[in-house]
Design a protein around this ligand. Structure first.
Ligand code: ZN
Length: 134
């Protein structure tokens, strides 16, 4: 078993591996495959889901770190507003005593006590002031 692990590590050395963009493509591929298998049943949609899996494998085994990292960075920048909102909602869901807002200027998550009515919030990062109802 150790021999197999060593061989795998040797094979993967210098290769890109996994990242957030790959996780998204992999998830999309599985969802499209399942939706197609149960509802659409179209050959080309199935083929498309398998092509997405090939893209995941290609990116994982790629030796072009620079390009793969640039792709992932682009993806992370594009999805940043969504990820921040989701993170804000998750914090809000876990913490019932406080309200969480995104600073409209710098997108910093700001935490304030709940039930204080309409208050002016001073962002601790950029000191931009904005009003929100708590
Ligand atoms: Zn700010």
């Amino acid at each position: 078993m150790n021999k197999f692990k060593a061989a795998f590590l040797r094979f993967m050395s210098g290769r890109y591996g996994n990242d957030s963009l790959n996780n998204l493509i992999f998830g999309l591929s599985i969802v499209i495959y399942l939706v197609n298998a149960f509802f659409i049943r179209n050959y080309f949609v199935g083929l498309f889901s398998q092509l997405l899996l090939l893209v995941v494998l290609f990116r994982m085994f790629s030796r072009n770190w620079y390009k793969r990292q640039a792709e992932n960075n682009k993806y992370m920048v594009l999805t940043r507003p969504i990820r921040l909102r989701v993170s804000c909602l998750v914090k809000q869901f876990k913490d019932k005593d406080r309200r969480y807002f995104l600073c409209p200027n710098c997108q910093q998550i700001v935490r304030v006590p709940k039930g204080r009515g309409k208050i002016e919030i001073d962002c601790p990062k950029c000191h931009h002031s904005f009003e929100r109802k708590t």
